[in-house]
Design a protein around this ligand. Sequence first.
Ligand code: BES
Ligand code: MG
Ligand code: ZN
Length: 466
Amino acid sequence: MEIKVSNDVKNLSVNVLVVNMFEGEKTSQELVNTYAIEKDKFEGKLGQTYLLQTYGQIPAQKILVVGCGKRDEFCQNDLRFVVYKAVKKLQQINAKTAAFDFEVGFDYGKSGALGAMLADYAFDKYKSEKAKKVDEITFANVLEDSVKVGKICGNALKFARDLANEPASFATPSKLADIAQKLEGITTEIYDKDEIKRMGMGAFLAVAQGSKQPPKFIHMKYTGKNVTKKIALIGKGICFDSGGLDIKPPSSMLTMRDDMSGAACVLGIMSVLKDFNPDIEVHGIIAACENMPGGNSYKPGDILTAKNGKTIEVDNTDAEGRLTLADALVYACELGVDEVIDIATLTGACMVALGTAAAGIMGNDEDMIYRIIETGKHVGEKYWQLPLYKEYFESLKSDIADMKNTGSRYGGAQAAGVFLQEFVKDVKWAHIDIAGTAFLEKPEREFIKGATGAGVRTLLSYILNL
Ligand code: BES
Ligand code: MG
Ligand code: ZN
């Protein structure tokens, strides 16, 4: 779908002219006021749509009215939602061209473009019949530059969603490494098994050893001209999580190709940094492997040594993400960055606690956590802070090693958090658990079933101060 900008959309010969309506107010289109509002009592509640034929009275063949609810409650997040709804309706009626003549009292370029691109998203690569698409839309009353920003964010989101939706047999650790190496404007270092061993990443290697797919440690780097801030983003990159020897039941395993959603998020962000050229240094780090049962798998009771020398007794091989992240965190903390953020589909417990509505966030710096949560509010992603009380570490205590990789069933997301904290040193750190938000089993809000690209919008806005 192409997205254009023009302020003269009233005269465009498009299939559909899309106008907005606030509850209890008239619009600037007489046809709408007469037919939709007066005759049919269209209320204009948020997300409602009303379609009317124009029979040659204006250049567009049809008018689509979208309800925006009450004017004083309307915000950018609502705007993204109503544009999404409108484009979905356009697809339904097979429209190919549309013009949005919205008058909302603010520049809606970024959220409008994002809403349209969310509606345009389909994962139909493997389908014989492709999804219906709108070819071209034009926005009026927006800044060209903000549409551009929206489009780039939309591209990052699509990149991440496509990758997380791919079957595990496609999106292997080697594939992620290939993709990382081909990114424009990024320098990438790939470490293979022997080098991973040499770096002392005993926890990551143990998880990887049960699979025929070789592990890849991926380090991407973007460097701006006058670097003002250095940040490392770590994405959990378990390309398939069977649970290992402590194998998952079938229903839980079904979606475990999404266990690299954190990695997909980081790759999506890295893929668009060149378009923004920011004056920052960004490291993208992924310890990519599969968690599989097999003759060479790591076993419950094994003792692993992570890159920082700490030892871990394996209590459950399905708590693999924190093991791979442990070594990635130690690596990231050695880079001399100001902030480290890890993003991971880490715990079922986080999903039980927060559902699909919000991701969990934890860390060692309240201000950083607050800023991420606030950024999320602006872009429409929710984060809920969970505590890292030292009490959570009690159940991780081991008789024979420095810690176990799992403990009590209760407070599981926080237990994973305090485990990760053991591998963080001298840096501001935030941990984001997207187990509930990364992948939807049914359509919700502006998302179809499957990968949502959780974290992409927030972290992109956070690092770029958008
Ligand atoms: N990848 C899973 C967490 C997960 C669960 C992500 C559901 C998305 C949806 C993780 O590796 C895992 O298996 N965690 C275990 C930990 C347990 C063994 C302590 C869990 O949450 O059940
Ligand atoms: Mg697991
Ligand atoms: Zn996992």
